[in-house]
Design a protein around this ligand. Structure first.
Ligand SMILES: C[S@@+](CC[C@H](N)C(=O)[O-])C[C@H]1O[C@@H](n2cnc3c(N)ncnc32)[C@H](O)[C@@H]1O
Length: 293
């Protein structure tokens, strides 16, 4: 079953409007594969008929958007950011002489939860006894947020990057699935959040993981999302991007810093505003006359 150009264009616009994700031409095969189960479930004879029905049905539009998210993730994905967290970022924060002994971390675009729970495992191992931490875990997809809340993973998912020792320490077998430990769930706070929209009231974050999501946005949206993150990150906070995103030009509001073998970004100090003293150009005719000029 294939999708007409008009249907593909409509679906692309819908996804862009709701999430800012760009589905470029050439991705028709992916859209068709993802929409087919929805069309079958809705009892539609083909994809174009399904898309016609979706145009009139807000609930079905939500399902389409959800189905078209790219939720690829794994435990300790790319490893290096988590090593940098344990050996560079956290020791620097814990060594600060002042400030609250509480850490706010944000996994923005957390997919099914492997990223925020990996962060929570690192924190569980390194957080000093008198510190506490919250790991905000947000995603635009309601299905992904439910998965983080459930904290249950299949054997196949667990096999993707989770060390055997972490499986033993932080999971229990429940039927055919693995359930994440309660003490990690207590640290992780899942909620739905669209990065491309207005950000809600949030705490000042010490660390933001914004990984493997900017790649799906156009340049203007990337900049808007980064500006939003800049507004909620602590002045001495850390931004961790995905491996293919660290080379992005983030503009002058962010400074780069190497940590171990990865590149981190930190809020750049705001440029000082230069207030010029008024010269002759700023004076009125009256002033000039009074000065005899
Ligand atoms: C490829 S996954 C990355 C997951 C995780 N950060 C990682 O690196 O493994 C991208 C995630 O971004 C989410 N996403 C896409 N557009 C979004 C938006 N506008 N706001 C928030 N999340 C979004 C998708 O639902 C998906 O779960």
């Amino acid at each position: 079953m294939s999708l007409s150009q008009q249907s593909f264009a409509y679906v692309g616009e819908l996804v862009h409007r709701e999430t800012a994700m760009v589905y470029a031409l050439g991705k028709e095969y992916l859209v068709e594969a993802r929409l087919l189960p929805l069309a079958v479930a809705a009892g539609q004879p083909d994809l174009d008929s399904y898309v016609s029905a979706v145009r009139e049905d807000v609930t079905e539009q939500g399902k389409v958007v959800d189905a078209l998210m790219i939720n690829e993730t794994s435990w300790f994905r790319d490893n290096k950011p988590f090593r940098a967290l344990a050996t560079g970022i956290l020791p620097e924060i814990f060594a600060r002489p002042e400030g609250p002994r509480r850490l706010n971390v944000w996994s923005a675009a957390c997919s099914s939860g492997q990223e925020p729970y990996s962060i929570a495992m690192v924190l569980d191992q390194h957080l000093p006894g008198d510190w506490s931490a919250d790991v905000w875990a947000t995603d635009v997809s309601p299905t992904m947020v439910e998965r983080v809340q459930a904290g249950r993973y299949t054997q196949v998912e667990v096999n993707r990057g989770l060390p055997a020792t972490s499986l033993v320490d932080y999971f229990t077998r429940e039927g055919s699935e693995w359930a994440v430990a309660q003490r990690l769930k207590e640290m992780v706070r899942p909620s739905r959040l669209n990065l491309a929209g207005q950000l809600p009231a949030m705490p000042r974050f010490d660390i933001v993981f914004l990984r493997n999501v900017l790649i799906y946005f156009d340049d203007e949206t990337k900049q808007r999302v980064l500006d939003g993150v800049r507004d909620v990150i602590s002045p001495n906070g850390y931004l961790v991007l995905g491996s293919s995103e660290t080379s992005l030009d983030l503009g002058e509001r962010w400074a780069r810093e190497t940590c171990g073998r990865i590149m981190l970004h930190r809020p750049a100090p705001r440029p000082r505003v230069h207030v010029p003293r008024p010269g002759l150009a700023g004076l009125t005719d009256h002033d000039l006359t009074a000065m005899g000029a």
